[in-house]
Design a protein around this ligand. Structure first.
Ligand code: AMP
Length: 285
């Protein structure tokens, strides 16, 4: 497995495969964008990519433009050697790990803004976050021209925003969404879980507890967003150490709040456990 450091190298890798295409049975290029500190959630994306594509690039890039000024960019966990070993073991063809200046050359002034959607859910409490995400993913898609790109439902709002972006810019990459991978006790895996003390780790279970409760009430037939949100609020109220950022029922494509939960509706929560911001969600059945 090769480690590529420049956009040109990634483009050359992708184009070489593209030109080597042989009709229907030709190469399919999959891209798995990550910020590294790979865990079983990322592995599930690489496996899905391997299953659907002949060649898989995993990008490892802690993207500065998606972090707010008071967020954890400098602290964000970095474990590049272990990430490469894992990507290789999972059958990735290349890891793309550019320096910041490679993706943001001096004087970079071009950003991708998905209007409206980017100000909803996480975007409301993290201004500029989705602009950074859309910009970096657009750069990756333009460079690698993947047939398929794999993202986790864990970041459900991100999926809607990237779908809008690829449709609007006619980028020609299909977005595949993989289910949330959880620890045995229900906590959604996240690179940020590494920040949690043992006490906070236990408190963090409030998020998945609330999500499970809403999923089971919805499965029993409850359709009122207000009732479902109130049930989640009650679970958070039992753990005052956890500070809620938002609890919302939204249309998964537009991210607009809904009053009635229907199959496919997004139920999403975000909360601070100590200084760590965690998210969780369910797509209601
Ligand atoms: P990140 O490195 O946190 O930017 O995540 C890279 C990709 O992995 C994103 O598409 C995430 O949604 C996905 N991901 C992160 N955590 C999980 C998880 N627990 N289950 C499934 N996918 C995940």
């Amino acid at each position: 497995m090769e480690v590529l450091r420049t956009v040109d190298e990634l483009r050359r890798w992708s184009r070489a495969l593209r030109f080597a295409r042989t009709g229907e049975a030709g190469h399919r290029i999959g891209l798995v964008p990550t910020m590294g500190a790979l865990h079983a959630g990322h592995v599930s994306l690489i496996r899905a990519a391997r299953a659907a594509c002949s060649h898989v690039a995993v990008s490892v890039f802690v993207n500065p433009t998606q972090f707010g000024p008071n967020e954890d960019y400098a602290l964000y966990p970095r474990s590049f050697d272990a990430d490469c070993a894992l990507a290789q073991a999972e059958g990735a063809s290349v890891v793309f790990a550019p320096a910041v200046e490679e993706l943001y050359p001096a004087g970079a002034a071009t950003f991708v803004e998905v209007e409206g959607l980017s100000e909803r859910l996480d975007g409301r409490s993290r201004p500029g976050h989705f602009r950074g995400v859309a910009t970096v993913v657009a750069k990756l898609f333009i460079a690698a021209e993947p047939d398929l790109a794999f993202f986790g439902q864990k970041d459900a709002a991100q999926v809607s925003i990237l779908r809008r972006m690829t449709a609007d810019l006619r980028l020609g990459t299909e977005i595949a969404v993989c289910p949330i991978v959880r620890d045995a006790d229900g906590l959604a895996l996240s690179s940020r879980n590494a920040y949690l003390s043992p006490t906070e780790r236990a408190q963090a279970l409030t998020l998945s507890r609330a999500v499970r409760q809403v999923e089971s009430l919805a499965a029993e037939g409850e359709r009122s967003a207000a009732v479902l949100i109130a049930a989640a609020q009650k679970i958070f109220a039992a753990e005052p150490a956890v500070r809620v950022d938002f609890i919302e029922m939204a249309d998964w494509s537009t991210l607009e709040p809904v009053e009635t939960a229907a199959p496919g509706t997004l139920f999403a929560v975000a909360a601070y456990v100590g200084s760590t911001r965690l998210i969780d969600n369910a797509i209601l059945g």
